[in-house]
Design a protein around this ligand. Structure first.
Ligand code: HEC
Ligand SMILES: [Cu+2]
Length: 414
C-alpha cells in the first residue's frame, strides 16, 4: 500500500477517486479493453457456438445479479435499521430471538429452485446445441482432424485427398470455410491438450487414445486466435494456433494451392544476389521480437502472405533447399514434392511460407523471426522437440550464410 501512503491528505473517498482515475487513465486509451474485445475474448464472439455459451453466461449473470441486489438490500436495511444508535444500545441485552418463520423459509426454498430452473433451461439447451452439429446442418458440415502434439497442432483435411500421399496436412493455422459448420475430430499424439478458439467455441480436450470432437462455425471471414487450454508440459503456454475463416470461393482456392506440391523458384537471371543477408542471429531469451500489432488487418495480412515475394533470389533459395537436406531438417519435416523424408509427427512445411505465424502461433512468420527460430529454437520455446530430438541429437550447427539460405528457401514455400 505504498501508493496509498503517498496520498495522505485525501479523505478515504478522495484516495479511492484518485486510484480509480489512475486506473481509467492507464486502461482508458485501449478501446478494446472497454469493449472486452481482446484476441481471445469470450464476450465479443463470432459464431453460433460461442454465442450460445455467451447467452448462458449472461443468463447466469442476470439471475445472480437479482439475487445479489435483493440479498444486498436486505442486509443493508438490517444493518442500518438495527445498528446501535447510542452507547446505551451497545450494552443492551440482545432482543428476543425468533425461531424461524415457515412462510419465509418455504418462499426462500421456492425462490432458489426457481433461480436454478431459470439457469438450467438455457444451460441444457446450450449443452444440446453445442454438443454436435444440428441435424438439419449435418449435410453442410465440413470435417477436419486436429491433433495436439507437444507443443503444436497438426490439421488434416480428410475430404482433400492428395493422390498417393493421403489427406492434405498443415500445421498451426486451421483454414476453414466461413458460414459452414466445421466438425473437428480432436486427437492427441502424446499428453492431454485442449482445443480452444474463444471467439468461436469453448474448449474441448484432446485426449490420447480417445476420440473427442467439437463443432464450431465462423459467421464471416476472419482471423481468430486459439490456444491449448490444458497444461501439457514445458512450452504449454506458447502452444497457440490460428483459425482463418474464408468465403467459399477463397477457401476452395486455398485448398487448391495447398494440394499442390512445394513451389520451386525458377532462376530467371535478373534476381538479386543476396536478398536476406542481414538477419540478426544473436537472439537472447525473452527478447521482444514479435508483435501483436499488424499494419493491415490480420486477415488481409494473411492474404498478403499467400503471394510470393516480388524479388526472389533463386540461387539462394536453391542453396537453402540443399541445406535443408544436408542439415537433416528433412528427416523430420515433409516438404512434399521437394524431397523424400519427414513424418506426420513434425510440422509439414510444404507451404510454410504462406502462414502468418511459425512455431505454433508464437512468432510472426517473417525472415527475422524465421532466422531466430532456426538458430535458437530452445530459447524461443523451451524443451521443444525440434531442439531436443534434432539440434541436440544431430548436433545441427548453422552459419549465418546457412541461415540466410534456409530462410530464403522456407519463405519461398508459398
Ligand atoms: C527432430 C526433428 C526436427 C528436425 C531435425 C528439425 N525440426 Fe523443425 N520442427 C520440429 C518440431 C517438433 C517443430 C514444432 C516445434 C513447436 O512448435 O513446438 C518444428 C518447427 C519448425 C518450423 C515452424 C513450423 C510451423 O509450422 O510453425 C520451421 C520453419 C522449422 N521447424 C524448420 C526447421 C529447419 C530449417 C530445420 C533444419 C535446420 C529443422 N526444422 C529441423 C522438428 C524438427
Ligand atoms: Cu497442449
Amino acid at each position: 500500500m505504498r501508493l496509498y501512503s503517498l496520498l495522505p491528505h485525501f479523505t478515504r473517498w478522495g484516495r479511492a477517486a484518485v486510484l480509480a482515475g489512475a486506473t481509467l487513465l492507464l486502461t482508458g486509451c485501449d478501446l478494446n479493453f472497454w469493449r472486452m474485445d481482446g484476441h481471445q475474448s469470450t464476450i465479443v464472439v463470432n459464431g453460433p457456438v460461442a454465442r450460445s455459451q455467451l447467452d448462458v453466461f449472461y443468463t447466469t449473470v442476470a439471475v445472480t445479479m437479482v439475487i445479489f441486489v435483493i440479498v444486498g438490500s436486505v442486509l443493508a436495511y438490517a444493518t442500518l435499521k438495527f445498528r446501535a444508535k447510542s452507547s446505551e444500545d451497545e450494552h443492551a441485552e440482545p432482543p428476543e430471538q425468533g425461531h424461524g418463520n415457515p412462510l419465509i423459509e418455504l418462499s426462500l426454498i421456492g425462490a432458489s429452485v426457481m433461480a436454478l430452473v431459470i439457469i438450467a433451461i438455457p444451460t441444457l439447451k446450450a449443452i444440446w446445441f453445442t454438443y454436435d452439429v444440428p441435424a438439419e446442418e449435418k449435410a453442410n458440415a465440413y470435417e477436419v482432424n486436429a491433433t495436439g502434439l507437444q507443443w503444436w497442432f497438426r490439421f488434416d483435411y480428410p475430404n482433400e485427398q492428395i493422390n498417393g500421399v493421403g489427406p492434405l496436412t498443415t500445421s498451426n493455422e486451421l483454414v476453414i470455410p466461413a458460414g459452414r459448420p466445421i466438425r473437428i475430430n480432436l486427437r492427441s499424439n502424446d499428453v492431454i491438450h485442449s482445443f480452444w478458439v474463444p471467439k468461436l467455441a469453448g474448449k474441448v480436450d484432446m485426449i490420447p487414445n480417445r476420440g473427442n470432437f467439437i463443432w464450431l462455425q465462423a459467421d464471416e471471414p476472419g482471423y481468430f486466435w486459439g490456444q491449448c487450454a490444458e497444461y501439457c508440459g514445458e512450452s504449454h503456454a506458447v502452444m497457440r494456433f490460428r483459425v482463418i475463416a474464408l468465403g467459399p470461393r477463397e477457401f476452395n482456392e486455398w485448398v487448391g494451392r495447398q494440394m499442390e506440391p512445394a513451389r520451386t523458384v525458377k532462376d530467371t537471371g535478373d534476381q538479386p544476389k543476396a536478398q536476406f543477408a542481414s538477419y540478426r542471429t544473436d537472439w537472447k531469451r525473452n527478447e521482444k521480437g514479435y508483435s501483436g500489432k499488424f499494419d493491415l488487418n490480420p486477415l488481409d495480412a494473411w492474404r498478403a502472405h499467400q503471394e510470393p515475394e516480388k524479388h526472389e533470389n533463386a540461387a539462394l533459395i536453391a542453396k537453402g533447399k540443399e541445406l535443408f537436406q544436408a542439415k537433416t531438417c528433412f528427416s523430420c519435416h515433409v516438404i512434399r514434392g521437394h524431397m523424400v523424408g519427414g513424418s506426420s509427427a513434425y510440422p509439414d512445411l510444404t507451404h510454410v511460407g504462406a502462414r502468418t505465424t511459425i512455431a505454433a502461433g508464437l512468432l510472426e512468420n517473417n525472415p527475422e523471426q524465421l532466422a531466430r527460430w532456426i538458430t535458437h529454437p530452445n530459447e524461443v520455446k523451451p524443451g521443444n522437440k525440434m531442439y531436443v530430438n534434432g539440434y541436440l541429437a544431430n548436433n545441427i550447427q548453422l552459419t549465418p550464410d546457412d541461415v540466410s539460405a534456409l530462410v530464403a528457401y522456407l519463405s519461398s514455400l508459398k
